[in-house]
Design a protein around this ligand. Structure first.
Ligand code: HEC
Ligand code: HEC
Ligand code: HEC
Ligand code: HEC
Length: 342
């Protein structure tokens, strides 16, 4: 009798261990972010955080350069954006962007070294527009980037092309089927956290301005009215975007929502408002800065449908609630803060 109980005990212990093996090993830390009882907590694994920390470290900042002496536009031949910097400041800027975007290739990545004034390399043409884009982010989108701001490093991190960008994916259709376009469904994709939600939540929301909604405001569509256009398909795209936003910040839904009511703004955290601006900012960067650069890029830089690489939340955040854990890098580069007077 005793023996049977013991055997049973061992067997059930083994079973419990087998089940628990699927869980994360402790310690796990939880941080409460909402009222008690709303289950608004974030779960962190200190080991994962330790692994991610070096990826989110900001690079060293070079000493500030003197503003004295002649201006860049008085000395150089072809400066259109940074002309009001002193020559020393201008040179500091050039060394910094080289470190941020082309540390291996050096000045030659953008310049013909025989003639630095020439615009013969597309990378220089793109970089000039990128300087303006960065100024725009820091000066016009303070509701999102606050005083922390961004530099080229926030997106590029030492790479010619930021590691996290998106293109319009190839159409994927069932072959020889009447089902037609899949809208990217039922094919687990990284862009939506390996769920089978539509794998391109970016084109509708971060390029176009489709409504990010699940419910209509009216119960039923009456004949002849435009009520409830919020279809199931649109709901699925909305969830796709939400999964992307959660993944790119390394948080779960309750970082922004009280899941009792996803829609209610008065029960949401302020971070949801920050995100609302973030969506509009990403949309503007894609439409006003990146898309118009399409012609400037060589073919091999474009996506399967010939579109330019575009920005989403991960481009800057890369898994952190604030890019580089909120390191205020931008303050050391005032030329990237203000829009240059034209
Ligand atoms: C990522 C691209 C990029 C890299 C790398 C780069 N530059 Fe530039 N450079 C530019 C852009 C863009 C301009 C024009 C800025 C403007 O219009 O205000 C420029 C302009 C210049 C000019 C002014 C030339 C003239 O007469 O008009 C000099 C000098 C210069 N860069 C030096 C350097 C040096 C030195 C390095 C390496 C330490 C370097 N650059 C690396 C993009 C780059
Ligand atoms: C908000 C994110 C973001 C910021 C900030 C940013 N870039 Fe970019 N940059 C991009 C994206 C996205 C691309 C890729 C476009 C493509 O390949 O289609 C790109 C491409 C480039 C390229 C072309 C590289 C190549 O090899 O094709 C250069 C050069 C560049 N950026 C320079 C800069 C400089 C200099 C700054 C800072 C003044 C900067 N970028 C800031 C997102 C950013
Ligand atoms: C970083 C903040 C953030 C996170 C994390 C987040 N959301 Fe959202 N969510 C928003 C914002 C902002 C909107 C409104 C977007 C707009 O109107 O432009 C929204 C809208 C929604 C809506 C539409 C509500 C309506 O009005 O119909 C649903 C549903 C939703 N989120 C579900 C989720 C789910 C599920 C998750 C987790 C997988 C999630 N969200 C994670 C910020 C967030
Ligand atoms: C151009 C770079 C950039 C892009 C793109 C971007 N963010 Fe941010 N985001 C930032 C910076 C910088 C901060 C830090 C602001 C601060 O210090 O308050 C930030 C802060 C936030 C915060 C506040 C976190 C907190 O706890 O206070 C949220 C939430 C957020 N971003 C969500 C998003 C979402 C969602 C997207 C995509 C729709 C997005 N961001 C796209 C740069 C970016």
């Amino acid at each position: 009798m005793r023996l049977t109980i013991r055997t049973f005990g061992v067997a059930s212990l083994t079973l419990v261990l087998a089940v628990l093996a699927g869980c994360e090993r402790p310690p796990i830390e939880t941080v409460q972010t909402g009222f008690r009882g709303t289950a608004m907590v974030q779960v962190y694994n200190p080991r994962t955080l330790a692994k991610e920390a070096p990826l989110n470290a900001a690079p060293a900042v070079p000493e500030a350069a003197s503003a004295d002496g002649p201006k860049a536009k008085e000395i150089f031949k072809n400066v259109k954006v940074l002309g009001d910097l002193s020559v020393a400041q201008f040179t500091r800027h050039m060394t910094s962007i080289t470190q941020w975007v082309a540390p291996k290739e050096g000045c030659a990545y953008c310049h013909n070294l025989e003639n630095l004034a020439e615009d013969s390399k597309y990378t220089k043409v793109v970089a000039r527009r990128m300087i303006e884009m960065t100024q725009r982010i820091n000066s016009n989108w303070k509701q999102h980037v606050a005083q922390t701001g961004v530099t080229c490093y926030t997106c590029h991190r030492g790479n010619n092309i930021p590691q996290q960008v998106w293109y319009a994916p190839k159409d994927r259709k069932y072959a020889n089927s009447l089902l037609g376009d899949l809208a990217g469904q039922n094919q687990p994709a990284r862009s939506v956290g390996l769920t089978s939600l539509p794998f391109d939540p970016f084109t509708p929301f971060l390029l176009n301005a489709a409504d990010i909604r699940v419910n209509g405001n009216e119960a039923m569509a009456m004949k002849g009215t435009a009520a409830n256009r919020h279809s199931t398909k649109q709901a699925e795209h909305t969830y796709g975007l939400m999964v992307h936003m959660s993944e790119s910040l390394g948080v779960n839904c309750t970082y922004c929502h009280n899941t009792r009511n996803f829609q209610a703004w008065d029960e949401s955290r302020p971070q949801r408002v920050t995100s609302w601006y973030g969506i509009r900012m990403a949309r503007e960067l894609n439409n006003d800065y990146l898309k118009p650069l399409t012609e400037a890029f060589p073919k091999h830089r474009l996506g399967p449908k010939g579109d330019v690489a575009k920005v989403n939340c991960t481009t800057c955040h890369q898994g952190a609630y604030k890019p580089l854990y909120g390191a205020p890098m931008a303050k050391d580069f005032p030329e990237l803060q203000a829009l240059a007077a034209k």
